[in-house]
Design a binder for this molecule. Sequence first.
Ligand code: FES
Ligand SMILES: [Fe+2]
Length: 344
Amino acid sequence: MRIRRTRDQVRPRSDSDPVLPYPNGWFCVGTAAEWRPKTVLTKPFMGQEIVVYRTERGTLRAVRPHCPHLGAHLGFGGTVDGELLVCPFHRFAFGPDGACARTPYGLPPRAGLQLVPVTQAAGLVWAWHSHDGTPPSWQLPEKLTRLSTRHIHIRSLEVDGHSLDVAENAIDFRHFPHVHRIDAEALSEPKEDGPFYHMDIRLRRPMPPFGTIVQDFSVSLIGVAGPFVEIDLPLAHARVTGCVFSTPIAPRRNRIHFVSAATFTRPGRPSRGVSRIAAGVLESAVSRVLGRYHYRDAAHDFPIWSHREFLPHPRINGADSPIGPFRIWARQFYPSVGEDREAK
Ligand code: FES
Ligand SMILES: [Fe+2]
């Protein structure tokens, strides 16, 4: 797996706009490769911090950062001992259920750590956010969890913007010609499927000197984290995957993960004439090139997102992309106005 870190491209700006609350759902907090066994890291998440750690046996866990004993931050000096997370202050140790399992003196207090649901998919670590603390009401889709991470390419950076920008961007095909220089049309009406939203789009991408390449693909939104796109290329025995996942970390500030992957091997057997090793080298190279294109395309959106105002009642016209139905679908991820505000 290749992971490339990028310095922030767009500086933070005032968070004085009226904006959305933090959304509910699964959101990426980092790449799986960041957590080797016994690693403890603090991550910004929905205006707060969470401490994510991997136990010696490799299980990933996340907790709210402060120790219930005397309030130390577990992300600053906390360590993993077997399956326990040990506080740096008085070395009280907490088990997988968050309960205090051991202390160097006296009985463990009954208070425990507050767990944050966490999982791993597509080379990324995902944490669950719910404004009222309810457990996950849905799971990540299988096509995401079964994505091979062998030759995946991930790029990550922070960008200003609203929590809905990335998801809405994927279905707003009317901006593609003007921002990305790609002609686009919808091939179908959007389909809602609970926390997922699907839409088929046709792109016409000028590729001089080869002419124009036509690509049909399905966009699937994973909640409001962002789009998962898979394109099958039967002639090349290939499937390419591109994802852009956005995680609100602070008011009007998101961490974005770009995921690109190419697979030249049908399940269980290499493509005709291409050895498994050669296919792997090719997958890796194509994933990297795809990642570069993918990032370059999306980077054109950054200045728009950084300076955009979120309009709850946009003045769309009849030929616009399906912003209205999308916004109605997206309401399920946001608490009622007044709760858990993203900015004041
Ligand atoms: S504050 Fe964590 S063990 Fe005392
Ligand atoms: Fe865009």
